[in-house]
Design a protein around this ligand. Structure first.
Ligand SMILES: [Zn+2]
Length: 319
């Protein structure tokens, strides 16, 4: 029986239920948070996380996949407290979230040594706990697949081959990182059916997304609410066309919501909302607006809903 590692321990994959495939219960720079902890209010962060996850639970969500890796302030104890308080399963990851920067520590060690760090998180536990990573994470963004980014991807790939853990790769369609990311995974012998290329939904280019699907990976339409990258109507048009073309079995729909995020000063949230950079960004937007819109267009029936929110995340995580 296939199992998935959650922050509350191993779980029969059949018990994952309805899954949001890409959300963050907290996102912050771990170095800043470690050096100036008084600039962060953990009670407020916890309250925001509980509110977001509880709202998702009210929509039927049973599991949240949280791809917060190194440099996103990954903290499995925090995640575990959120999961225990809400009763929602949370799947944590291992990996490095960097668009280029690599600490000297990893710069001066080889790919297999980096992979060993990830394997330890998957097989033993994270941050001195017995909480094990459920998948691997890496990222490529505006700078493209730089030397450092490639090194991280290869380490993630080798850890996947060694352990059987699945991979989520943050991508940037605007600079077409996806095909190169897929190419690296293929060169390293990764099972493409266990790869998810995140943020494909930032693109309106259905052909580009279909090219990735043809490579055998899952694609994330996972930034609903982040209008700054693409407005919801255009995201829905892309989703609808992919569904019309029969790709339900390759799609993940989510919001990349961060219950709290430290990238901007607190007052920026209001500005983003008033200037339309974000709109109704939350852990419930896809259920409140996206699924109803896709149902109305006749491209999402109950079977497609089940495929996207239950079966795809389960197959990606558990094989
Ligand atoms: Zn994310």
């Amino acid at each position: 029986m296939a199992e998935v590692q959650t922050v509350e321990g191993p779980l029969d994959a059949q018990e994952l239920g309805l899954v949001l495939a890409h959300e963050h219960v907290r996102f912050r720079d771990e170095a800043v948070a470690a050096q100036w902890p008084n600039r962060y209010d953990e009670q407020l962060e916890m309250a925001a996380a509980l509110e977001a996850v509880s709202a998702a639970k009210e929509r039927g969500v049973q599991t949240i996949v949280d791809p917060t890796a190194m440099f996103g302030g990954r903290d499995v104890n925090f995640m575990q407290r959120v999961s225990a308080a809400t009763g929602v399963h949370i799947v944590a990851c291992t990996g490095i979230y960097s668009y280029d920067y690599l600490p000297h520590y990893f710069e001066n060690r080889d790919i297999d040594v980096i992979a060993d760090h990830f394997v330890e998180d998957i097989e033993v536990g994270i941050q001195g706990t017995g909480i094990r990573a459920g998948f691997l994470k890496c990222a490529a963004d505006a700078p493209g697949v730089t030397e450092h980014v490639e090194k991280i991807h290869r380490a993630v790939a080798r850890a996947s081959v060694q352990t059987g853990a699945s991979i989520m790769a943050h991508s940037m369609p605007a600079v077409a990182t996806g095909p190169r990311q897929v190419e690296i995974f293929r060169e390293e012998g990764v099972d493409m059916a266990r790869v998810q290329i995140a943020h494909c939904g930032d693109s309106e280019d259905v052909g580009y997304i279909e090219g990735l699907i043809d490579a055998g990976v899952y694609v994330g339409l996972d930034r609903y609410g982040l209008e700054m990258y693409l407005p919801i109507d255009k995201r829905n048009a892309t989703a609808a066309e992919l569904l019309r073309r029969g790709h339900a079995e390759r799609l993940m729909i989510s919001q990349d919501f961060c219950a709290t995020i430290d990238w901007f000063p607190p007052e920026a949230a209001e500005v983003f909302e008033s200037d339309g950079a974000i709109r109704n960004w939350s852990m419930t937007l896809v259920f409140d607006e996206v699924v109803p819109a896709l149902r109305e267009q006749g491209v999402m029936d109950d079977a497609a809903f089940q495929t996207i929110f239950v079966e795809n995340p389960r197959r990606w995580l558990a094989g």
